[in-house]
Ligand binder design. Structure first.
Ligand SMILES: Cc1cc2nc3c(=O)[nH]c(=O)nc-3n(C[C@H](O)[C@H](O)[C@H](O)COP(=O)(O)OP(=O)(O)OC[C@H]3O[C@@H](n4cnc5c(N)ncnc54)[C@H](O)[C@@H]3O)c2cc1C
Length: 430
């Protein structure tokens, strides 16, 4: 086709490096139209009475999009910013810009796949193809030693076989030249207020990380420069006062400012310089956990979380106004460690893995509140919220999921000990 234009629909892939979708769109078109939709569904309230996106993550998102915009501007183009549901807005764009094909990265969360399903249906009526890419995981599904349907449900088996038989691909190169469609108006970046946040921007947020590809790459570089020094010293056994090593890469990974493969290969490089160390191994292990939950959702869909009467339990939990839940959310449980972590979560959007395990254990096994209430609150507050990682980890704390009973996944006895709660007060979990 002459003058072929491809619409590149950015979602949680806000980067130029290691971006197969972008590389292929540039190669297969004469010009591209990068687009980001501010979908109002992501700024609504949930049935749990929580917001789908809190102010910390919204702020990180805006910074990340601004960073991508600046990167495209350096190539002489831009990204079109659209307010509205993609399935409502994309028809006009396809017609206005004479688009031949639409590219996007496939997601695994049920809400995300439903949205791309709507877009695909709409494009189908226009005889336009929606091409799916896989760019969120360390291992592409075709690089795994088993088809999705046969992926082991037990994490230890998934890890063993994947590490032994799968390969991590090299990163796709960052483009050196991009041709953009002609366009006069690329749209304004909305403010937090435009997205429905009433608070004065920044006033309530304790800045923990700045969104964007550049700041993500910078954080990774600093982390690895310090790899043999500061971060090693932090690699102590977990105690509430010393939560152990945490790379703090998750916010950039979640929104796609960093690709997991880029992290992997940079850590491998650092290993070449500093030698093997426990912190580097923890990052590799974390990336595998991240893949595991995504692949579990791909394999099982929402059934990964299914317990008998899940819907009924959720409705009961929602209807029950439980003061203990409010105290947990606001860090007023009177358990100092839980409260400290909940304070940090509310202020910065981040707590390390050990902290997440503790507050989740406390909610589910001590307060006996349904785990979905905690997961929904994390969805609002976390700067790095990712559907598969969040709901998957919560489910495993609650003893649900396909690998629920393995101590490799979640050791309740250990968590109760760390919480330092008298055994008599702790639940029975034989
Ligand atoms: C209840 C609960 C909810 C969670 N919700 C989320 C979430 O919404 N988003 C999220 O990214 N992680 C989530 N996690 C997993 C994990 O706690 C965070 O990824 C981690 O704390 C991020 O800090 P880090 O970047 O320093 O991790 P590191 O320990 O340095 O690990 C490196 C990377 O590996 C990945 N990773 C590590 N552990 C896990 C894990 N158990 N599951 C999935 N990915 C992992 C992350 O991308 C992380 O950035 C949750 C864990 C629990 C117990």
């Amino acid at each position: 086709m002459k003058n072929k234009k491809i619409l590149v629909w950015f979602r949680n892939d806000l980067r130029l490096h290691d971006n197969e979708m972008l590389v292929e769109a540039i190669a297969k078109s004469d010009s591209i139209l990068p687009v980001y939709f501010f979908d109002p569904r992501y700024f609504e309230n949930t049935r749990f009475g929580t917001a789908k996106t809190g102010i910390v993550r919204a702020s990180f998102l805006l910074e990340s999009i601004l960073s991508l915009r600046k990167a495209f501007q350096r190539f002489g183009g831009d990204i079109l910013l659209v307010q509205g549901k993609p399935e409502d807005m994309i028809r006009d764009l396809v017609e206005q810009f004479d688009i031949a094909e639409v590219y996007h990265h496939r997601e695994v969360g049920p809400e995300e796949t439903e949205i791309s399903g709507h877009v695909e249906d709409l494009l189908w009526t226009l005889k336009i193809n929606l091409k799916h890419f896989i760019g969120h995981t360390l291992y592409n599904k075709e690089d795994l030693p088993f088809p999705i349907k046969d992926i082991p449900d037990v994490f230890a088996q998934f890890k063993k076989k994947t590490e032994r038989d799968a390969i991590v691909k090299a990163c796709f190169l960052t483009p050196e030249h991009i041709d953009f469609v002609e366009n006069a108006d690329w749209g304004q970046l909305p403010s937090l207020k435009d997205l429905g946040f009433e608070t004065v921007a920044g006033a309530m947020i304790e800045k923990y990380a700045t969104g964007g590809e550049d700041s993500g790459l910078q954080h990774l570089a600093q982390l690895l420069e310090a790899g043999a020094d500061i971060y090693l010293k932090q690699n102590t056994k977990h105690t509430p006062e010393k939560p152990g090593f945490s790379s703090r890469l998750s916010a950039w990974l979640t929104i796609g400012c960093l690709s997991p493969r880029m992290v992997y290969w940079k850590v491998k490089e650092a290993e070449g310089v500093f030698g093997l160390n426990a912190n580097f191994s923890q990052i590799f292990l974390g990336l595998l956990w991240r893949d595991y939950f995504r692949f579990m959702f791909k394999k099982h869909g929402i059934a990964f979380l299914q317990e008998t009467d899940l819907e009924k339990d959720i409705m009961q939990a929602i209807e029950r106004v439980d003061p203990a839940l409010e105290k947990w959310k606001t860090g007023c449980t009177a358990h100092p460690v839980v409260d400290k972590y909940m304070y940090d979560l509310n202020a910065t959007g981040f707590i390390p893995h050990s902290g997440r395990l503790l507050v989740a254990t406390y909610l589910v096994h001590v307060l006996k509140i349904h785990w979905t209430c905690g997961a929904a609150y994390f969805e609002e507050k976390l700067i790095d919220y990712a559907p598969a990682s969040n709901w998957g980890n919560w489910a495993s704390v609650a003893g649900i999921g396909k690998d629920a009973r393995s101590k490799n996944t979640f050791d309740l006895n250990k968590q109760i000990k760390i919480l330092d709660i008298a055994v008599a007060d702790s639940p029975s979990f034989a």
